[in-house]
Write a protein that binds this ligand. Structure first.
Ligand SMILES: *[C@@H]1O[C@H](CO)[C@@H](O)[C@H](O)[C@H]1NC(C)=O
Ligand SMILES: *[C@@H]1O[C@H](CO)[C@@H](O)[C@H](O)[C@H]1NC(C)=O
Length: 449
């Protein structure tokens, strides 16, 4: 359930857009598009474009821990007998029948389950992979490690995870498969305010980072992307549809109905393939895909969805692996230096359950340092490293990547993340490519290591 084709993000040679929606009026201000940027995009599709945005000062980061689902006040041991949407025999979990009045239905359910409402917005992570074994030699192991990585992130942040391996709508395969899953998940989790879809080949590489969820209050869909590339470049790579937040509300059901109408189960599938390839000159394959569909809806304003869609690019909501993997060793060294030089609290051993309080300390420390920026030139850990085009399960990777680029790259990112977890358990990997681990001495890294 990953992207079939690789799509390296063309990087605008301009500062990231201010936090805002993606209405076209936000275009223009201070956006400098060089001919070089266009050319690079055309020539290096699938390659690292070398066009880097201005580094983002880390003071933009406000530390905001995600909602903790572990609060003891939640009553999950009883379900009142009052009728809810679950008792309506006409409501289906499949996408062939639209859901209506969802906001009201959900509100009613929450009223009957008051311990689930109030407090911070609740996030439920959803990911998945195919129902059968991987064809590539490393595939199943890489998927297992990637699932472990998500389980780790979720445990540390009090987020629940649903990992799905069933194709809920057999004609909606590949990247389309997530839509029926998210649809069913929204019904199964009325307590969740947001569904966070994360492709199986996207890896959390900063365990300490929490989503700035409050900043998305006015929006219903959050993706990594660049408005100027949507509107000016009309590129199908102007956003990435492999990681996104979608609000559990009626808007999202309606939106997904329209989005899915471009999918393989729709009679208009072929027509949409043609529309997409003629709209996006950089789209190299004929079939309608979810990402192009999304860019199309934003670009054309069709359906009026775009006002509620937020394109994030101030941190690696998801980051292109080729831009990240080569820097992981240096980032590791830089963090170790920070821990060595910084206050004792950064080296203090602690229980996993209080991890977030130490993440906060580290965030403060990074805020004092020059260059601790997110993005291609900063040394802050990238939040999510996405191996788009690598197809670890089928092994059918984009030919611009070598097997090592993808496989070794993934193992490195996984170890990089795992070291942040193992640290809590008193160990770390001997290196980013090693399966061996070493115990950490007291007061590490000031002592030993
Ligand atoms: C793939 O690996 C080669 C050799 O290490 C490296 O030169 C190249 O930059 C890598 N490509 C990507 C896209 O990471
Ligand atoms: C890593 O750091 C070394 C030493 O500072 C530097 O020479 C090298 O260019 C850095 N590598 C990357 C990929 O940034």
């Amino acid at each position: 359930m990953q992207m079939q084709s690789s799509c390296s993000p063309p990087r605008p040679k301009s500062p990231p857009m201010a936090r805002s929606g993606i209405i076209p009026s936000s275009l223009g201000d201070g956006l400098v598009f060089t001919a070089g940027a266009f050319l690079a995009l055309l020539i290096f599709l699938g390659l690292y474009s070398f066009l880097s945005p201005t580094p983002i000062p880390n003071r933009l980061f406000s530390f905001s821990p995600s909602f903790s689902s572990t609060s003891s006040h939640i009553d999950d041991t009883s379900d009142p007998p009052d009728e809810t949407f679950y008792d309506d025999p006409t409501l289906t979990y499949t996408i062939d029948k639209p859901i209506s009045n969802w906001d009201e239905k959900r509100r009613h359910w929450l009223k009957l389950h008051p311990s689930f409402s109030g407090g911070r917005e609740r996030i439920l992570m959803v990911s998945g992979s195919q129902p059968y074994p991987c064809r590539s030699y490393h595939g199943d192991h890489l998927l297992l490690r990637s699932l472990k990585n998500k389980a780790d992130y979720c445990r540390l942040h009090g987020i629940q995870l649903f990992y799905n391996t069933a194709l809920l709508n057999p004609s909606m395969n590949f990247f389309w498969a997530k839509i029926p899953v998210i649809h069913a998940t929204m019904l199964a989790h009325p307590e969740a305010d947001w569904i966070w879809w994360v492709d199986s080949d996207a890896i959390f590489t900063d365990m300490e980072f929490s989503l700035p969820i409050d900043q998305y209050r006015a929006h219903n869909l959050v993706l990594h992307g660049w408005p100027e590339l949507v509107y000016k470049k009309k590129s199908w790579c102007s956003l990435n549809a492999g990681v996104f937040l979608i609000r559990n509300c009626q808007w999202s059901f309606d939106f997904m109905d329209e989005w899915a109408s471009m999918g393989p189960q729709s009679p208009d599938y072929e027509k949409w393939g043609k529309t997409q390839t003629s709209t996006f000159k950089d789209k190299m394959f004929p079939n309608s895909d979810d990402q192009s569909g999304l860019v199309y809806l934003i670009l054309t304003g069709k359906g009026g969805w775009r006002d509620k869609i937020y394109l994030e690019n101030e941190y690696y909501f998801q980051g292109y692996f080729a831009e990240i993997v080569g820097r992981l060793e240096n980032i590791t060294a830089r963090y170790i230096e920070e821990e060595r030089q910084g206050p004792t609290v950064l080296r203090r051993r602690h229980a996993e359950r209080v991890f977030l309080s130490y993440a906060k300390e580290m965030n403060v420390q990074l805020g004092r340092q020059k260059g601790a920026d997110t993005g291609p030139t900063g040394w802050r850990r990238p939040f999510v490293t996405h191996f788009t085009g690598c197809q670890p399960c089928s092994g059918d990777r984009n030919k611009v990547y070598s097997a090592d680029n993808c496989t070794v790259g993934m193992y490195k990112a996984l170890n990089f993340a795992d070291d942040q977890v193992l640290r809590i358990y008193g160990f770390r990997h001997a290196s980013l490519v090693s399966v061996d681990v070493q115990p950490l001495p007291f007061d590490y890294p000031r002592s030993g290591g």
